[in-house]
Design a protein around this ligand. Sequence first.
Ligand SMILES: NC(=O)c1ccc[n+]([C@@H]2O[C@H](COP(=O)([O-])OP(=O)(O)OC[C@H]3O[C@@H](n4cnc5c(N)ncnc54)[C@H](OP(=O)(O)O)[C@@H]3O)[C@@H](O)[C@H]2O)c1
Length: 282
Amino acid sequence: MATVLDGKGVSEKRLERLRETIDESGLDPRLATVLVGDDPASALYVRMKHQACERVHIGSINVTLPADATTSRVVETVRRLNEDPEISGILVQLPLPGGIDEEAVIAAVSPEKDVDGFHPCNLGRLFSGRPRFAPCTPAGIMTLLDEYGIDPAGRRAVVIGRSIDVGRPMAALLLNADATVTICHSRTADLSAVAREADILVAAVGRPRFVTADTVREGAVVIDVGTNRVDGKLVGDVDFEAVRERAGAITPVPGGVGPMTIATLMENTFAAAGRQACGPAP
Ligand SMILES: NC(=O)c1ccc[n+]([C@@H]2O[C@H](COP(=O)([O-])OP(=O)(O)OC[C@H]3O[C@@H](n4cnc5c(N)ncnc54)[C@H](OP(=O)(O)O)[C@@H]3O)[C@@H](O)[C@H]2O)c1
């Protein structure tokens, strides 16, 4: 039976530690969120981020713009936050409503304040092996592996999904940690056979219970990024009950990757404040 990787517990512990570090630092980190439109899920995520800020003594502000805001208005808002010395980190809640050029908005965020790690400059640094801010979900997964003493070096890692927010940066982080990495996607031939080679299998597909027991190698570490609503219940991309019989370690949904994402956002925001206090990064 697999060890359940307790993302919730680890994130609680890290948030406690972070609060103490912030209190002792003399710094005054502050996160600005930008919420465009009135999507209830996005509003909920933003509220959760502000709650986490409060917990660790990071100041936070939110700027709300209407769903029909133009790209230039959103970009202008982001630029104002870039120039505000009181703001350490900026998070634009994605997805943005249709009609807004998401790429232009992401590119407008100062790379120094890009605590989500989506700016092309930060993704480039990540892929060249010199990360500054890595996207919070994959970076949180790396922290979780580390907390459980799971070293990816020399292991075969398979990431299912190639999105810019999860799959691709996940692969880059695993590669930077010396894993041998394969990325699968919707055009991968015989995905199950590829996945079965994995010592570390990350599922970021967005399809409920996509990964079944026969897709998993005995003893593998299985990381479930998926958050899917099925009959009002949150389920992952992994068939948890069946896969836990075969895997060596597995993250639950909820309580696995999700809490690590928020903890990492807090850590990135504090890191941004630290860097800004020390002058411009090289
Ligand atoms: N817990 C968290 O903090 C957190 C954070 C972010 C995301 N998530 C969740 O993680 C999941 C993935 O998110 P995402 O943003 O990466 O999603 P996404 O942008 O929709 O990407 C999904 C990826 O899965 C691949 N895929 C879809 N169907 C497939 C199939 N039948 N076989 C193989 N590959 C397939 C797609 O391949 P193609 O590229 O070929 O289309 C794509 O690369 C979602 O459930 C999301 O809600 C959770």
